[in-house]
Design a protein around this ligand. Structure first.
Ligand SMILES: Nc1nc2c(ncn2[C@@H]2O[C@H](COP(=O)(O)OP(=O)(O)OP(=O)(O)O)[C@@H](O)[C@H]2O)c(=O)[nH]1
Ligand SMILES: [Mg+2]
Length: 357
């Protein structure tokens, strides 16, 4: 079975569904994607959709109530089973701060574990201005997700949108940056490259993953491989580990112009910087359509882990660092224009601001 059938993307909650939709759109909806929400509006996005707690919440959302969302999943979790047939790995994308993103994600993770399906979670944490209550609830849920998932990555909305002053652009920028990071990750497994990481290999790496971090950078032009390594070295989140790195997942995504020397520069640079004795998984994607002229590098670092069986959750704490990017986005997705500006492009890129992740 190809990876496109063995890896499933699950959007949870209203913002999570929007993010999953966005990732799916990057692949012209050709990936296996399921959206789950207590709000019927997410069913209009076009992906397979499971309405959670329809009897209880009548498709109007959980209204910020995490407990109601958890109960809604208990009632409806069987509805996601047809979409899990043959799945060997689940990637959940969600936003913490409301009821469904947090509460439903926890229950879905339990369900995945009961079926022996390993899980990776990408989640946003609320803006500071959303208030201390949401922040506190989200931190609590974050710790529970860490325990329930095989690997999890969290990034605050503030960090995704650091310098923006326009609400609509802020959300669009956050969505674009996070969706692009997840899309890179997905392409590593999905797209044929000369060095291939398939879902089975990823499942194996994750089953033994420990504390981890994540960064993605995109560069083009002369010296792009050296520059990518340099940016990764300076990424605060990759540097902030608390234990020795046990495994490194390094993905290189480029067009047909990817040179062997560039693969060497990135692989050696990453290994040297983040753990020469760590298990090192290298994957390349050669996709001229999506990456012509560009070089993107994704690095995931996992710290000391045990030998947990696939699907059995273990504690993994990660910070998602979307990383500095000096060039745009995928060629095959439409830009969102707002007052003449491409708001899909994060504000710090449009305004030429350097971020200190
Ligand atoms: N990316 C993105 N994030 C958003 C948007 N609106 C809100 N958020 C963030 O997502 C968090 C969760 O909000 P929702 O997704 O609306 O909540 P939910 O999971 O659907 O939960 P309930 O609506 O209470 O059932 C918020 O606290 C915000 O930080 C948006 O339009 N785009
Ligand atoms: Mg909602």
């Amino acid at each position: 079975m190809s990876s496109s059938r063995t890896m499933v993307l699950i959007g949870v909650g209203t913002s999570g569904c929007r993010l999953a939709h966005r990732v799916s759109a990057s692949f012209d909806s050709a990936i296996r994607c399921l959206n789950c929400d207590t709000d019927a509006v997410s069913g209009q996005l076009g992906q397979d959709f499971v309405l959670l707690g329809g009897n209880r919440l009548a498709g109007r959302g959980a209204g910020g109530d995490i407990v109601a969302a958890r109960m809604a999943v208990e009632e409806s979790v069987g509805g996601i089973d047809p979409n899990l047939e043959g799945a060997r790995l689940a990637v959940i994308v969600t936003s913490l701060g409301g009821g469904t993103g947090g509460g439903a994600t926890l229950e879905i993770l339990k369900h995945l574990a009961s079926r022996g399906i390993p899980s990776i979670v990408f989640a946003t944490l609320p803006f500071a201005f959303e208030g201390e209550d949401r922040q506190r609830n989200s931190r609590g849920i974050m710790r529970m997700i860490e325990d329930a998932a095989n690997a999890s990555f969290f990034v605050s909305m503030d960090r995704l949108t650091k310098t923006t002053d326009n609400m609509k652009a802020a959300f669009a920028a956050a969505e674009a940056t996070l969706a692009e990071s997840i899309t890179f990750f997905w392409r590593l497994v999905e797209s044929p490259g000369y060095l291939r990481l398939d879902a089975e290999r990823l499942r194996h790496v994750l089953s033994r993953a420990g504390r981890g971090r994540f960064a993605a950078v995109t560069i083009q032009g002369d010296g792009r491989a050296d520059e990518a390594v340099d940016l990764l070295l300076r990424s605060e989140n990759l540097a902030g580990g608390t234990a020795a790195t046990r495994s490194i997942l390094c993905g290189i995504l480029a067009g047909d112009d990817l040179r062997l020397t560039e693969v060497g520069i990135v692989a050696n640079g990453v290994r040297k910087a983040f753990g020469e004795t760590a298990q090192f998984e290298l994957a390349t994607v050669n996709d001229e359509y999506a990456f012509a002229g560009r070089l993107s590098v994704v690095v995931m670092l996992f710290e000391a882990g045990g030998d947990t069986e696939p699907g059995k959750p273990k504690k993994v704490t990660s910070v998602l660092a979307p990383g500095a990017q000096n060039r745009g986005r995928f060629h095959n997705s439409e830009s969102t224009l707002w007052h003449g500006e491409n708001v899909d492009e994060p504000t710090y890129l449009r305004k030429n601001i350097t971020l200190d992740f």
